[in-house]
Design a protein around this ligand. Structure first.
Ligand SMILES: Nc1ncnc2c1ncn2[C@@H]1O[C@H](COP(=O)(O)OP(=O)(O)OP(=O)(O)O)[C@@H](O)[C@H]1O
Ligand SMILES: [Mg+2]
Length: 242
């Protein structure tokens, strides 16, 4: 193992403040987090504590009010939407709780889409192979409305991995699924994480799922608390970040 693992994600004093009816809400406050390449990390915490808000900023979908976010050494907080979109296309995969599949596309077309957008000539081959891996070879021509919730989630997982992202953000990837399906989905996520070396940042209420990650952090009222860590942050050389 390398003594100095690559830092793939780092935040410094991250804050998110929104104004609602003349009142300022501190959704995130002084969030400091360092994630090394290949690490699996779970963000847990009660409803409304700021997990999705944090994930959106970490993934470059939203901007912080103050503080810094570095994703693959890119200063995301200084980039415009177009530049952040490019970083996402190059490095990031997402799995959202609501799957966000495109209803007018089949399972196969949904999975192929990110690879086609990246002009990958092997999109179809890759998509069929990933769909086989998630056990959906018999469902490739089904539209989302013709798939069960668990099946849709498996399509979303296959789609998230098709660009071989360096880092995958998953918000409640097993939310609303029964225990057996949840376990199957989690197995797939961790198998693909190992197979592709993908860094995995997941938000979950499910402590069994969270405990399968190497590290767990907890959001409490917009603050991040490192509850348990197998890689000590102090051992990481922050100078690596330009
Ligand atoms: N745009 C916004 N304007 C005002 N308040 C917001 C906005 N977005 C989120 N919030 C509030 O911020 C808090 C954190 O929301 P967030 O969605 O991050 O919570 P969460 O930890 O993901 O919760 P859950 O587990 O229920 O998904 C909530 O109280 C929410 O109402
Ligand atoms: Mg949420």
């Amino acid at each position: 193992m390398k003594s100095n693992p690559e830092i793939i994600l780092k935040t410094q004093s991250l804050a998110k403040i929104v104004t609602l009816e003349d009142k300022q809400l501190n959704l995130l406050h002084d969030v400091n987090l360092t994630v090394t390449a290949g690490q699996t990390i779970a963000i847990v915490g009660s409803s409304g504590s700021g997990k999705t808000t944090l994930l959106s900023i970490l993934a470059g979908l939203d901007l912080p009010s103050s503080g810094e976010v570095y994703l693959k050494n890119k200063a995301m907080h200084q980039l415009n939407e177009e530049q952040r979109s490019q970083v996402r296309a190059d490095h990031v995969g997402f799995i959202f709780q609501q799957f966000l599949l495109i209803n007018s596309l089949t399972a196969l077309e949904n999975v192929m889409l990110p690879a086609e957008l990246a002009h990958n000539d092997d999109a179809k081959k890759l998509a069929l192979s990933l769909l086989a891996q998630v056990g959906l070879s018999a469902r490739v021509n089904h539209f989302p409305a013709q798939l069960s919730g668990g099946e849709q989630q498996r399509v979303a997982i296959a789609r998230a991995f098709i660009t071989k992202p360096d880092i995958l953000f998953a918000d409640e990837p097993t939310g609303n699924l029964d225990k057996q399906t949840s376990e199957h989905i989690a197995d797939l996520l961790f198998d693909l994480n190992k197979q592709f070396g993908t860094t995995l940042v997941l938000v979950s209420h499910d402590l069994t799922l969270a405990q399968r990650c190497q590290r767990q952090v907890e959001m409490r009222d917009g603050k991040l608390i490192d509850t348990q860590s197998s890689v000590k942050e102090t051992s990481v050389q922050t100078e690596q970040i330009a």
